[in-house]
Design a protein around this ligand. Sequence first.
Ligand SMILES: [Fe+2]
Length: 363
Amino acid sequence: MLCKKILASEAVPGMIAADDVYTFNNILIIGKNTCLTDRIITRLKFYSVFEISVFIEDEVKVNDINLQSTESKLHAAQIRKTPEFRKFVTSFKDNVNDFKTTIDDVVLNDTDFNLDQLLDHTNKVLSESRNGLHVLNMLHSTRKFDDLTYVHSLNVSLICNVFGGWLKLPDEDIRVLTTCGLLHDIGKIKVPAKIIKKPSKLTDVEFLAVKMHTIKGYNILKNKTLDQRIINSALMHHERCDGSGYPNALIGDQIDDFAKIVAIADVYDAMTSARVYRGPLCPFEVIELFEAEGYQKYDPHYLLTFLDGIVQTYMHNDVRLSTGQKGKIVMLNKNALTKPIIQIGKSFIDLSKHPDISIMEVI
Ligand SMILES: [Fe+2]
C-alpha cells in the first residue's frame, strides 16, 4: 500500500499510520497501522511530533469524516456568525500583519524593539474581548488560520497573558510574560521557510535546523535591551523538566520559570490548532492528556494552575457525555479536573465516581 509523509498538523481522524511514531528521544507514541483519532492527533502535538507517514488510500475515509456534522462544528459555526467574533477576527488579522512587519524589521534590519509598540498588537486583540476566558474561546473558533509562526506567536502571547492572570503575577511580570509568548519562536524566521513548511520527510539535517530555532532566537535577542526572561524563553521553551527537551536537555530548576510557562502555552496552542478539521476541541481531552502525561515534563505548579484555569472556563457549559446524555457542568472537582459534577435534568452525576463516563464534547 502507498504511503506518504504529512505534517502532524495535517493529520485528521481516520488516517492510518504507515509507520511507528516515536518521540525524538525514542519513546513509542503510536504503532504502525494505528487508526488516528482526535486523541492520538492531540498526543502527536503533545509530544511535538513534526510529521508522520500515513497510508494514502485512507484519504477517502477521511473525507467522509470531514463531512460529518458534529455538534461542536455547529457550535463553532454559531460563534463565527456573531458580530463580536467577526470583530475579533478582523482585529486578530490586522494585528498579525502589523506584528509581522515589526518582527521582520527587527530580525532582518537588526533594529531595536519598541516593546510598547510590540505589545500593542496583543493588547488590541485583548481589548476586543470581554475577558481572558473569552479570548481562549474565540481562539478555539479561529482555527482556520494557517499555523504560521506569526499567528502561533500571537496566540501564545494571548494565552500567556491570560495564564499570567491565573498565576496572579504582578502587572509588570504579565507584560514580560506576554512578550515572552510573542517572541518565543522568533528564531523560526531564520529557519528557511521551505524547511518549516516542507510536506515531506525532513532529513536529519533539516530536523536539526528546525530545532536550531531556539538557539537562533536566543542569538537574535541576546544583545537587545530586553528582560532576561524574554531571551531565556526563546532559548528554553522546548526544554522539559525531565530533561527530555532541547536544545540543552536541561532539567527542573535549570529552566527559566517564564520558559516553563511559555512551554505550556506553546503546547496547548499546538494541540488545539491540530483541530483544523473540526470545531472547538474538547478541552477535557487535552486536560486528561496533560494530567496523565504532563507532570514530569512540565512544572506541576504552573501546569495545575493552567489546567484549573481552563476547566473554570467551562463551568456552567453544556456538555455531551460518552453515554450520549447531555448535561451541564455544575461543580468542579479540584482533585480530578476532567471529572466535574454534571446536572442532567433533575439528577446529578459525579463523574469522579464513574471512571467509565467521560465528557466527549462541549456543546
Ligand atoms: Fe518553538
